[in-house]
Design a protein around this ligand. Structure first.
Ligand SMILES: CC(C)(COP(=O)(O)OP(=O)(O)OC[C@H]1O[C@@H](n2cnc3c(N)ncnc32)[C@H](O)[C@@H]1OP(=O)(O)O)[C@@H](O)C(=O)NCCC(=O)NCCS
Length: 326
């Protein structure tokens, strides 16, 4: 799916939150045969956050939601759409969307979860855009967050070292000037088994599996291809050149994947937001956490053109191009 937007809708609030506990590479080396050197060299990750036993996704996401609402100047009851992009909801049902709507008092909101792997946040942005632009919703909250530590095999070094926990939230509203300029979203279920959680739903397996399984090399090839293609496609559709983009916010999976995409697309390093070293891959939390870092370090300011591209389980990918307006 690809399209340039017709109606002006933008982001008016952004908030993020990560669990307190920092897990270093050295700590992981106590559980699996790995080293700080290997992890830093192959992934760029130094540390990640992990939720405590008492925390569920809604607990980690709630402070992010409250911060986004505060920046936009709204209360929970002002929200009429709440989408949570995640593969690690509190439970299958009720949805984490419904749980969060209850916790913020969003009694007028349609609330649900959306599953698109690490691309979930971009998918949810596009969906909320459509509902606000189409007049179905007035103020939407989009949450992207995951506690991937809950579904990792603590004996599998090829996945354990890559992921972390975190969440972000944004408020979307109609605006005078366009915020979002276009979206490109795609999926290839044929490649799904390269990054999957078999045994987590209605398909019965002979050997049920509770943990993430990944073919790292195939995902690497997929990721480098789609990050570039999706970005090129949306820029072309919106008539925008790479030089016009002020800030590039790719999914924070791995420094090598980001570097590859950055080089191929032709972005100078100073335009690229990178925080995978501190958080690892936080799945649906990755792009909002990176947006917040871009704001915090002064690179992402009102009026600037920002390109976000995600990719992940599904396999899925997606880009959103927007003019930042807060
Ligand atoms: C997982 C990934 C970092 C592995 O890096 P790589 O350079 O491709 O490494 P390889 O898979 O070729 O493995 C090289 C060796 O390192 C080993 N290895 C894997 N994980 C390791 C770890 N944490 N510590 C030490 N050694 C490790 C492998 O077992 C392999 O050993 P072998 O040669 O004896 O078989 C890389 O493939 C990757 O980033 N893939 C994409 C993953 C991703 O981003 N997923 C989420 C997408 S949303």
């Amino acid at each position: 799916m690809i399209g340039a937007t017709q109606q002006p809708v933008t982001i008016t609030g952004l908030g993020c939150h990560v669990p307190e506990r920092v897990v270093t590479n050295e700590e992981l080396a106590q559980y699996v045969e790995t080293s700080d050197e290997w992890i830093r060299e192959r992934t760029g990750i130094r540390e990640r956050r992990m939720a405590s036993k008492e925390e569920a996704l809604s607990d980690v996401a709630l402070p992010a939601v409250n911060a986004a609402l505060a920046q936009a100047g709204f209360e929970g009851q002002d929200i009429d759409l709440l989408i949570v992009a995640t593969v690690t909801p509190d439970m299958a049902f009720p949805s984490t969307g419904a749980i969060l709507a209850d916790r913020i008092g969003a009694t007028e909101a349609a609330a649900y979860d959306l599953s698109a792997g690490c691309t979930g946040f971009v998918y949810a942005l596009a969906q909320a855009y459509g509902m606000v632009a189409g007049g179905l919703a007035t103020r939407a909250l989009v949450v992207g967050g995951d506690l991937l530590s809950r579904i990792l095999d603590w004996e599998d070094r090829s996945t354990l070292v890559l992921f972390g926990d975190g969440a972000g939230a944004v408020v979307l509203e109609a605006a005078e000037e366009p915020g979002f300029l276009g979206f490109e979203l795609g999926a290839d279920g044929g490649g799904g088994a390269n990054l999957w959680l078999p045994g987590s739903g209605s398909r019965l397996f002979d050997e049920p599996e509770r943990y993430v399984k990944m073919n790292g090399r195939e995902v690497f090839k997929f990721a480098t291809r789609v990050l570039v293609q999706s970005a090129q496609d949306i820029l072309a559709r919106c008539g925008v050149s790479v030089e016009d983009v002020d800030v590039y916010v790719p999914h924070q999976a791995n420094v090598r994947i980001i570097d590859h995409a950055t080089r191929k697309l032709g972005f100078p390093q100073e335009k690229v937001v990178m925080n995978v070293d501190r958080y690892g891959n936080t799945s649906s939390g990755s792009i909002p956490l990176a947006l917040a870092d871009g704001v915090a370090d002064g690179r992402l300011r009102r009026g600037q053109l920002v390109l976000m591209t995600g990719m992940g389980a599904g396999l899925t990918w997606g880009s959103a191009l927007m003019r930042w307006s807060i």
